[in-house]
Design a protein around this ligand. Structure first.
Ligand SMILES: NC(=O)c1ccc[n+]([C@@H]2O[C@H](COP(=O)([O-])OP(=O)(O)OC[C@H]3O[C@@H](n4cnc5c(N)ncnc54)[C@H](O)[C@@H]3O)[C@@H](O)[C@H]2O)c1
Ligand SMILES: O=c1ccn([C@@H]2O[C@H](COP(=O)(O)OP(=O)(O)O[C@H]3O[C@H](CO)[C@@H](O)[C@H](O)[C@H]3O)[C@@H](O)[C@H]2O)c(=O)[nH]1
Length: 440
């Protein structure tokens, strides 16, 4: 490896995008991941995740000879710059983010890295983590003068490559100015385009990441509560959202009412922030309330479905359209759709699901994954739209009218076309709206 090369450790949703993105700038990137199956796929140019544009970008990087893959960190032994993007999942015991993957990765890097190498933490980590890692490196490898830099990631799944190439800001935290500078240089192209760069200490940069996610989760939770109100008092939640979102102080994004936030980040990061607050005696009351409201939302949805189905789900068949936590991704981590599938099965319902890309590994007599919307709807007493995939927006439910047991849709994403001719023949209930009965 040449000394101007970069090593990315942990090539999941974040690391792989980072690696492919940096390679597209002409930088030479070595990717290291513990998972041999993932590395094997990547070597063959096959992305282990579903993400728009990723396959093409990966193949280009391979063809240009700018990206390599390994399960062995020693193969990246001369890199002056490392990016670490390993998972930091919730600890069941503490509620905080687990750091064992990160600590193992940083120890592995420190053992092989050349002197003065920079280890950049892209993983989302509890405030104080980077300072603690720096202290550990200074103690265990004093002769190497290794530097930790915090560089949180803000990409969204489903638009990850687009977000990598169009960041709204770059945050670089670290005690060492030359180390921050080295990370900053790898993003030079963005800065030339006017993307703001925030340089700070690591406490600030780690807090920015948690505060951003907690704020967005709060915004979603706020509109969901207003949506509950609209369901009862009347009105249209999408118009309410538009009406407030046009106020530039509020902004239009993250005001789509739905089943509650999910995914691998918001639930984990809000919980971690609340835990960090408590640990430091500074309770984050807004975030704690947001978590509580969001957690109870799935129960609220289930109650509405139960009420519409005559209070008994046992023995009934439900079609669930969508499994991913949102559209355009295959990620099912903390997916509201998946939680609803589990809840329905627990209530004794039989569930058939369909998702264009996401797959579930649930083994249950009452559960079947289908290859088409029509197959999922076969014999259903309720059709639940759980993820906002484009094909559900345009689907003509005339095609399944004869196949279903009852023409009833519960739309958790407010995307089915209620103005379409077929919609008059169905009972349609949506988050944020009262039941619209079939008009014949
Ligand atoms: N997914 C997102 O949208 C997103 C966005 C911003 C930030 N983040 C944060 O980035 C981090 C990574 O998230 P992700 O979704 O990419 O996770 P992921 O689970 O998709 O990928 C993590 C990868 O790290 C590998 N790994 C674990 N320990 C390793 C080690 N010691 N050496 C080498 N590889 C190792 C795993 O095999 C896995 O492939 C998390 O902290 C997350 O909170 C995620
Ligand atoms: O108006 C909205 C917007 C989002 N959501 C839900 O909120 C969750 C998160 O959505 P989104 O933010 O689009 O997806 P993520 O890929 O989880 O991205 C978030 O989490 C990442 C990991 O930290 C950050 O990098 C991103 O900036 C941050 O948006 C999902 O369940 C969405 O369905 C809504 O219900 N209504």
């Amino acid at each position: 490896m040449k000394t101007d090369e970069i090593c990315v450790v942990g090539v999941g949703y974040v690391g792989l995008i980072q690696a492919v993105g940096l390679a597209s700038f002409g930088l030479k990137v070595t990717c290291v991941d513990l998972d041999p199956a993932k590395i094997d796929m990547l070597r063959r140019g096959v992305p282990p995740i579903f993400e728009a544009g990723l396959e093409e970008a990966l193949r280009q990087a391979i063809d240009r000879g700018l990206i390599g893959f390994s399960t062995d960190i020693a193969e990246a032994a001369a890199a002056p710059l490392y990016f670490v993007a390993v998972g930091t999942p919730t600890s069941e015991r503490t509620g905080n983010a687990r750091l064992d993957y990160l600590e193992a990765a940083v120890s592995g890097i420190a053992a092989v890295a050349p002197p003065e190498a920079v280890i950049t933490v892209k993983s989302t980590v509890p405030i104080g983590t980077c300072a603690a890692l720096q202290a550990r490196l200074d103690r265990d490898h004093p002769e190497k003068l290794l530097a930790i830099v915090s560089n949180p990631e803000f990409l969204r799944e489903g638009t990850a490559l687009h977000d990598f190439f169009n960041p709204e800001r770059i945050v670089i935290g670290g005690a060492s100015r030359p180390a921050r500078e080295r990370v900053r240089k790898s993003y030079a192209g963005f800065e030339e385009r006017g993307v703001p760069v925030i340089e700070s200490d690591t406490f600030t940069s780690e807090t920015i990441k948690y505060a951003a996610n907690a704020f967005l989760a709060t915004k979603v939770t706020f509109i969901n509560e207003i949506s509950d109100l609209v369901e009862t008092v009347g009105g249209d939640i999408d118009e309410v959202a538009r009406g407030i979102g046009l106020d530039s102080r509020i902004g239009p994004q993250f005001l789509k009412a739905g089943p509650g936030y999910g995914g691998s980040c918001f639930p984990k990061d809000t919980l971690a922030l609340a835990t960090i607050g408590r640990r430091h005696g500074v309770q984050q009351q807004i975030v704690e309330t947001v978590i509580r409201i969001n957690d109870s939302r799935r129960f609220h949805i289930l109650k509405r479905i139960e009420a519409a189905m005559g209070d008994k789900l046992s023995g009934k068949r439900v079609a669930v359209l969508g499994l991913a936590f949102k559209a355009d991704t295959d990620d099912v981590r903390d997916s509201p759709a998946v939680e609803i599938v589990h809840a329905l099965l627990e209530e004794g319902a039989a569930v058939r699901s369909y998702d264009p890309v996401a797959k579930l590994t649930v083994k249950h007599r009452g559960y079947r994954q289908c290859e088409t919307i029509a197959a999922a709807c076969e014999g259903a007493s309720a059709v639940l739209v759980a993820t906002e995939w484009g094909e559900f927006r345009t689907f003509d439910f005339t095609a399944v009218e004869e196949a279903v047991e009852r023409r009833y849709i519960f739309d958790m994403r407010r995307i089915v076309d209620i103005k379409a001719p077929w919609a008059r023949r169905w009972d349609i209930e949506r988050i944020g709206s009262p039941l619209i009965r079939a008009s014949g």
